[in-house]
Design a protein around this ligand. Structure first.
Ligand code: 0X9
Ligand code: ZN
Length: 759
């Protein structure tokens, strides 16, 4: 799975203090002719040679054999060439890239990087233009006495009890793109309130606080003096400058694995938690707010979404909720050229970070929290050109709307295990939704399911508890082939507040096609791998094809007893096959382990669907993450699959995930980090289906029924075939051959009349 699989993604932490060296300079430091290169090293000796060559490493994770990204002066670059190691040029002139950043891509606000004063002016202009929506609040001052300015955005009315979503940028001075993206989010929220009903609905029920620059002193310094400065402007008294604000928060502060006690370090945590006025100001402001609902800390670069914990691999008790929400958010963040983000627990395959804002936000409020790493993936790193500002803003926007949607309703509703991709015609559909309160002290009162065929009158039925833990379920009729089943759920909380699924701010109902499914291909894994392949770094319990041997824990069955029962045999893909009765002996430890399907040819299919039974048991809050790949490769997360401890069938409409191209691929990955807990997954009977409606004999107008309204078409078919084709261009005249003799003639009349009177 390439990058997705290995997670060896460079994250923008220059290990060695480039900034500190520049700190004493009065003039802007210059980097003329410096290059950033990605060098391939085969062994430790080669790695050592490169580390001796430079003092500025851009990649955070490196090792031998592997790749390392470094900045080199012209002389160091000449030395590298002399070594004969394979390398790739990332930035061929660092100073030119810095200069390029100062060249606007156009005349718009978001075509250029803005200085602090311009950011503040823009915030002031927004609140001046819409005092009814945006309030400017100074929560500062910073160390050097600059205001720390927040835009508090919400619809008219009393907002004191509304859920509050916190969006902060630029803790790290050099991460300029984060300033622009957060400012854009504030701008767009304010400016689309009148025109976008979704934004209006979200802002009428929630407060969004945006602080584009948490580190204004460092940001100014990055503009004026040292472009690549990271920390704030604390004079540490030993000649070094700055505390890493994102190591200065109180949760897990001070761990030496994930921060440094050395003032010169770029990850210096400061002398005490909240020793810095910038972090303290955020803490104090949020302490005055009644309902923090989500916390987002925006950084660059690497295109990642990282949820807690950042300081340890151990999963939080809330891991499942975090995974579900952040995969959903991540899925929205895709631009038309295929830029994508990867969502992950913050310490999985990445380096640990302690005393971070994300861990503080989660640890303090117990709400969805994440670190975003914005563009790019390392081509320009911190020095992304202004041409990328606007695209980065636009791709993040729908993710933030999704975050608002998922965190600001009175209850959290999720279809279980996922929303159905289709319903079988003239049959029934079982629909299950899981409902949880995001606030303690509340429970679910009543739940109703509304459904209708096409745009008809909705019927409403009560949902009853069942299906899974915290779940409610109902069975409804599907309707005739070719129609669309519209479905929505309303859940009333114990205090009377109502939540809807889907979120009414975005869509009134889920639209489910009622279609017959034909199997295009089916891999039952009994005698072959079905084109599937395994990758990943899990240390134990990797995906393997075979027949599972049931294991049990105190709380349930961990490993299935064989493959999916409805399949034709016993084997499937499973994460380690038990050889003893101890479930810990065969589950996943370490992670992730990844399973990818072969290439699926979807050319010519009218409405392809992938369907597979999966098993997931986890007492460590893991989800099974499914990911799609289109052509060109464009992994897009599917909804996180919950751990139900039994076989459940998941379906996805392929065109929702792979909108263009003839080739699709699906991947599944799962982790099992928590020592002493058990995580087991299995996949079986992976099917590619196609949805369609077989022509209904006698349905001359193709409305899905044979009724008197077909008489006109039938007569036309008998008397004037050419005219029939004109009147019913998308119907096939062969539907008139109701007696099946291969012709549409008067001898079909008797059967046709029979069909009409039967109904
Ligand atoms: O190290 C940081 O503070 C963040 N990365 S950055 O390159 N922007 O400096 C990451 C913070 C979250 N880290 C983890 N979840 N490991
Ligand atoms: Zn950062």
């Amino acid at each position: 799975m390439g990058k997705l699989g290995s997670f060896r993604i460079s994250v923008g932490v220059a290990l060695v203090a480039w900034a500190a060296a520049a700190a004493i300079a009065q003039q802007p430091a210059r980097y003329d002719g410096d290059r950033v290169v990605r060098v391939e090293v085969a062994d430790d000796a080669q790695l050592e040679t490169i580390l001796n060559l430079t003092d500025d490493v851009w990649s955070h994770e490196f090792g031998a054999p592997g790749e390392i990204e470094v900045r080199l002066s012209p002389a160091q670059f000449a030395a590298l060439e002399g070594l004969g190691l394979p390398f790739e040029l990332m930035i061929d002139d660092v100073q030119a890239a810095i200069d390029e950043q100062l060249t606007p891509a156009g005349r718009g606000t978001f075509d250029q990087f803005l200085r602090l004063s311009q950011v503040r002016d823009h915030m002031a202009a927004l609140s001046a233009a819409r005092p009814d929506l945006a309030q400017r609040i100074n929560i500062g001052p910073s160390l050097q006495n600059r205001p720390l300015e927040v835009l508090r955005i919400t619809g008219p009315g009393d907002s004191s009890q509304r859920p509050l979503v916190w969006l902060q940028g630029c803790q790290h001075a050099r991460e300029w793109i984060t300033v622009m993206v957060t400012l854009y989010l504030a701008d767009r929220l304010v400016n689309s309130y009148d025109s976008d009903p979704a934004v209006r609905a979200l802002l009428d029920r929630a407060v969004v606080c945006v602080i584009p620059v948490v580190n204004p002193d460092g940001y100014e310094y990055s503009w004026n003096t040292a472009r690549l400065h990271r920390k704030n402007m604390r004079n540490n008294g030993d000649g070094s400058l700055g505390v890493d604000l994102n190591r200065n928060w109180s949760v897990a502060w001070g761990l030496s694995n994930g921060s440094s006690g050395a003032p010169s370090s770029d990850t210096y945590r400061g002398p005490a938690p909240f020793s810095e006025p910038e972090t303290t100001a955020v803490r104090n402001y949020l302490a005055t707010q009644s309902r923090v609902a989500a916390f987002l800390d925006i950084h660059s670069f690497s295109q990642l979404i990282l949820w807690p914990w950042a300081h340890q691999t151990r999963r939080s008790p809330d891991n499942e909720r975090q995974a579900e929400i952040w995969y959903d958010v991540c899925r929205e963040i895709v631009d038309e050229l295929g830029a994508y983000y990867i969502a992950n627990q913050g310490n999985q395959g990445l380096y640990p970070a302690s005393g971070t804002a994300v861990d503080w936000g989660f640890g303090t409020f117990n709400v969805p929290a994440a670190t975003f790493e914005l563009r790019d993936r390392g081509d320009f790193g911190f020095l992304v050109p202004p041409t990328q500002i606007q695209p980065n803003c636009e791709e993040i926007w729908p993710g933030v709307l999704r975050l608002l949607s998922e965190t600001t309703q009175p209850l959290r509703l999720r279809p279980m295990p996922v929303a159905p991709a289709f319903a079988a015609p003239n049959s029934t559909l079982d629909f299950t939704v899981r409902i949880r309160s995001s606030r303690p002290g509340f429970s679910v009162g009543s739940v109703q399911l509304a459904y209708r065929t096409d745009n008809g009158q909705p019927a409403v039925v009560p949902m009853t508890p069942g299906g899974c833990v915290d779940c409610w379920t109902a069975t409804i009729p599907s309707g005739p082939c070719g129609t669309t089943l519209g479905l929505s759920v309303s859940a009333t909380r114990s205090d009377g507040a109502v939540a809807h699924w889907p979120d009414r701010a975005f869509q009134p109902e889920l639209q489910i096609p009622v279609r017959s499914a034909t199997i295009v291909s089916l891999a039952d894994f009994n005698t072959s791998n079905g084109g599937f392949a395994v990758s990943g770094v899990s240390s134990a319990g990797r995906w393997v094809r075979g027949t599972p041997q049931a294991t049990f824990t105190a709380t349930g069955q961990a490993e299935p007893s064989g493959g999916y029962p409805l399949g034709s045999g016993g084997a499937c893909w499973v994460t380690g096959i038990a050889t003893t009765t101890d479930p810990e002996q065969s589950d996943i430890d370490g992670a992730p382990t990844e399973l990818a399907s072969g290439l699926l040819n979807i050319a010519g299919l009218s409405d392809p669907v992938v369907q597979f039974p999966y098993w997931l048991y986890s007492d460590g809050n893991e989800v099974l993450a499914a990911v799609s790949f289109g052509t060109p490769p464009n992994p897009k997360p599917l909804p996180a699959l919950p751990a139900l401890g039994r076989w459940s069938v998941a379906q996805f409409r392929v065109r929702d995930w792979v909108p263009t191209g003839d080739i699709a691929r699906f991947g599944f990955f799962v982790s099992g980090y928590v020592p002493g807990t058990v995580t087991e997954a299995a996949i079986d009977d992976f099917a590619l289906l196609d949805l369609s409606c077989p022509p209904l004999p006698g349905d001359m107008n193709c409305d899905g029924f044979v009724t008197v309204s077909d008489i006109g078409g039938f007569v036309l078919a008998l008397t004037d075939a050419a005219q029939y084709a004109v009147v019913f261009p998308s119907c096939n005249i062969a539907r008139g051959d109701v007696n099946g003799d291969g012709f549409v003639t008067v001898s079909d009349i008797g059967v046709f009349v029979g069909l009409l009177t039967m109904r």
